[in-house]
Design a protein around this ligand. Structure first.
Ligand code: FAD
Length: 376
C-alpha cells in the first residue's frame, strides 16, 4: 500500500496553502504529501466563487481566529503576490453610511483598531464625493489595505510551489472512508476514470480535513471521530450580479454590514479586468445549488440604490454564486473558524477545519502556517 506522510483532503485555497506551507517546512521537506481532490481541478467550489477581496480584518471579534488569521494572512498574501507576480491591486475600500450610521461606523473603526487594523481613514462630504462622485453617503471609513486578487492565479501559484517541493496532486479522487491504523490512517478513495470509478487505498500519518462545504460530511467518515463533536455546516448562498458598462467606482464600496451578521451587505467590487459586480446576498439553502435567479435583480437594485442611486436595474446581469460553509444557523450569532488538532478531536494525526467562510481566501497563508505549525 502506498504511504504518505500527509494527506490533505480538498484542493481549495485552504488545502493548497496548507500543502505549500507544509512542504516548505523543515520537518516535511522531501516527505510525501498528497492533496486529494474530488473534482477535475483545484478550486472548483468556494475558492473560485467569492468576491476575490483581500480583506483588511475589520469586522471580526477581536482575538478570534478570523481576526488574527485575516490580519496575518493579508500581510502574507500581499507579500506572496509581489514575490510571485500574482495579479492583484490594493484599491482600498469605502465602508459607507448616512448620518444615522455614524455610530455604527465608529464601532467598526474601534473594532478594526483592536484587531490591529490601524490605517482606517474617516471621510465626510465633500472629500468623499471628490473620491467617488456616484456615491450617496455622507460618511465613510476608508480602508487602504483592502485589495483584490486573481484567486485562480493565486491558487495556481500555490499548487506549482507545492508541486515544486514534491507535493503530489490527485484530482478526480474522492475520499470515501478513513480508518485508523496502528500509526496514522488508511484512506479509501474512489477515482473517477472515464465512466468508471476505481477504488484506491493508501496510508498516511497525518490527515488534514479541509473539504470546505463537505468538511462535516468527511469528518463523519473518519473512524475514531466522536460524532457528537462534529459541528454542523449550514449552507449560506451568495449570488452576484455583474454591472454592464464602465464602473462608476474606483474603489470597493461596502455598505454597513448586515445587522444579522450573515454577510457584509451587497457590496460593489471590481475584478482584475475592471468589471464591476454587486453581491453577495445571503440565503440559507439545504442543498448545493449555484444557480443565480435573474429575478433577484430588482431586490439587488433596491439594496444598491441606498448607496448608488443611479443604479440601472437593466444593467444587472446574473453572474455567479458561492456558498458559505457557516457554522451558525440562520439567526444564530456569528461563529469563528474551527481549526482543531488532535488535542481537540482526540484522534492522533488528525487536523480538521470547519466553517471556512470569509475571510478564508485572505487568511489562507496564515491558516497554512497555523496548520503546518500544529502538525510539525
Ligand atoms: C460568496 C462568498 C464570498 C466570499 N468572499 C471572500 C472574499 O472576498 N475574501 C476572502 O478572503 N474570502 C471570501 N470568501 C471565503 C473564501 O472563499 C473561503 O474561505 C475559501 O475559499 C475556503 O476555501 P476551502 O479550501 O476551505 O474550501 P473549498 O474551496 O470549497 O475547497 C474544498 C475542496 O474540498 C473538495 N472535497 C470535498 N469533499 C471531498 C472528498 N470527500 N474528497 C476529496 N475532495 C473533497 C471539494 O471538491 C473542494 O474543492 C467568500 C466565500 C463566499 C461563499
Amino acid at each position: 500500500m502506498d504511504k504518505f506522510a500527509v494527506c490533505i483532503a480538498g484542493a481549495g485555497v485552504v488545502g493548497l496553502a496548507i500543502a505549500y506551507k507544509l512542504a516548505s517546512s523543515r520537518q516535511f521537506q522531501g516527505k510525501d504529501i498528497v492533496v486529494v481532490e474530488r473534482e477535475a481541478s483545484f478550486g472548483q467550489h468556494t475558492s473560485s466563487r467569492n468576491s476575490e477581496v483581500i480583506h483588511a480584518g475589520i469586522y471580526y471579534p477581536t482575538g478570534s481566529l478570523k481576526a488574527r488569521l485575516c490580519v496575518r494572512g493579508k500581510a502574507l498574501l500581499y507579500d506572496h503576490c509581489l514575490r510571485h507576480s500574482i495579479a492583484h491591486r490594493q484599491l482600498g475600500k469605502f465602508i459607507v453610511a448616512a448620518a444615522a450610521g455614524v455610530p455604527a461606523l465608529e464601532s467598526l473603526a474601534s473594532l478594526a483598531f483592536a484587531n490591529g487594523v490601524t490605517d482606517l481613514v474617516w471621510f465626510d462630504d465633500p472629500q468623499l464625493h471628490e473620491q467617488e462622485p456616484a456615491l450617496k453617503a455622507s460618511h465613510a471609513l476608508f480602508s487602504p489595505s483592502t485589495g483584490i486578487i486573481d484567486s485562480h492565479e493565486y491558487m495556481q501559484s500555490l499548487l506549482h510551489l507545492a508541486q515544486n517541493r514534491g507535493v503530489q496532486f490527485a484530482p478526480y479522487t474522492e475520499i470515501t472512508a478513513v480508518n485508523r491504523a496502528s500509526v496514522g490512517f488508511v484512506v479509501d478513495t474512489s477515482i473517477a476514470s472515464g465512466t468508471r470509478c476505481v477504488r484506491y487505498q493508501f496510508g498516511c500519518d497525518f490527515l488534514v480535513n479541509c473539504a470546505g462545504l463537505d468538511a462535516t460530511a468527511l469528518a463523519g467518515k473518519i473512524d475514531g471521530v466522536d460524532r457528537s463533536t462534529i459541528p454542523q455546516t449550514h449552507f449560506c448562498k451568495g449570488d452576484y450580479f455583474s454591472y454592464q458598462g464602465a464602473s462608476p467606482f474606483k474603489h470597493l464600496i461596502y455598505p454597513l454590514p448586515e445587522a444579522n451578521t450573515q454577510g457584509l451587505g451587497i457590496h460593489a467590487t471590481l475584478d482584475m479586468a475592471g468589471q464591476l459586480r454587486f453581491g453577495p446576498d445571503t440565503e440559507y439553502i439545504e442543498k448545493r445549488n449555484y444557480h443565480v435567479d435573474a429575478s433577484k435583480s430588482a431586490g439587488f437594485a433596491a439594496a444598491i440604490a441606498a448607496y448608488f442611486p443611479a443604479i440601472e436595474v437593466t444593467k444587472l446581469q446574473p453572474a455567479y454564486s458561492g456558498i458559505r460553509p457557516k457554522l451558525a444557523a440562520l439567526g444564530e450569532p456569528v461563529a469563528d473558524f474551527i481549526i482543531e488538532g488532535s488535542a481537540e478531536n482526540g484522534v492522533p494525526g488528525l487536523v480538521q477545519l470547519f466553517g471556512m467562510e470569509s475571510p478564508g481566501l485572505t487568511a489562507s497563508l496564515a491558516i497554512g502556517e497555523l496548520v503546518a505549525g500544529d502538525i510539525v
